[in-house]
Design a protein around this ligand. Structure first.
Ligand code: 5RP
Length: 228
């Protein structure tokens, strides 16, 4: 990762952490940008006595939060939360998102849906006019072929994500399979999201179009941030 991208992620992540106030229940997204948010929250907890609880969106985030001394809670205890901070793989000009590079989009969707405010932290290279990144989809193995068939009928190409230090498919935190679906440029993200999420056996695809009204995008650059 270039120094520019690292600084851009850091600037966006840090800015988002400073939006959190005492008493907040905070959705903690997954990925490298949110890690900067969590590091800054950890600093604020230790140095400023900030009192918060985090709801992690993945196993990795839970481990990182524990190591950073961020107290954790669950959606069982707080079905409604104050603010969720999460990264994205692509953000279009209407605030439609593609998420799920980390295969965490199902829990990320649950946490974003539960939040009053959804803060998306990205480096500015993630901003695009039109979504065109690969769309991750989490599916139960029983429905894998059905999903692949449906993706084909929608003009896409589905590839089961392979593990890096494991042979075979990536098994998600929910014990399911992650499938990367390439549709090229996406003309209608809302309808594609609905089509994919409605396939029986799909837990969640990585297109997020329904949180626009509560979304603030913080796009980091090498020297600062832009709020969109
Ligand atoms: O959706 C995600 C994980 O499932 C991440 O939020 C997204 O991939 C962005 O990650 P990063 O901040 O590392 O670029």
């Amino acid at each position: 990762m270039s120094e520019n991208i690292v600084n851009s992620k850091k600037n966006a992540g840090n800015y988002a952490a400073d939006l959190v106030i005492d008493g907040n229940i905070v959705g903690l997204g997954t990925g490298s940008t949110v890690l900067y948010t969590m590091e800054r929250l950890s600093y604020r907890i230790k140095e400023e006595g900030l009192m918060i609880k985090g709801v992690p969106t993945s196993y990795q985030t839970a481990v990182r939060a524990r190591n950073l001394g961020i107290p954790l809670t669950t959606l069982d205890d707080f079905p409604k939360i104050d603010i969720a901070i999460d990264g994205a793989d692509e953000v279009d000009s209407d605030f439609n998102l593609i998420k799920g590079r980390g295969a965490a989009q199902t829990r990320e969707r649950c946490v974003a849906a539960a939040a009053k405010q959804f803060i998306v932290v990205v480096d500015e290279s993630k901003l695009t006019k039109k979504l065109s990144a690969v769309v991750p989809v989490e599916v139960i193995p029983f429905a894998l072929a059905v999903l692949c068939d449906k993706v084909k009928s929608l003009g896409g190409n589905a590839i089961v994500r392979e593990g890096v230090k494991k042979d075979g498919p990536v098994i998600t935190d929910n014990g399911q399979i992650e499938v990367d679906c390439d549709f090229g440029e996406i003309d209608n993200p809302e309808s594609l999201e609905t089509e994919l999420n409605n396939i029986p056996g799909v837990l969640s695809c990585g297109i997020f179009t329904e949180f626009k009204e509560k979304t603030v995008v913080i796009a980091g650059n090498a020297t600062g941030i832009e709020i969109l």
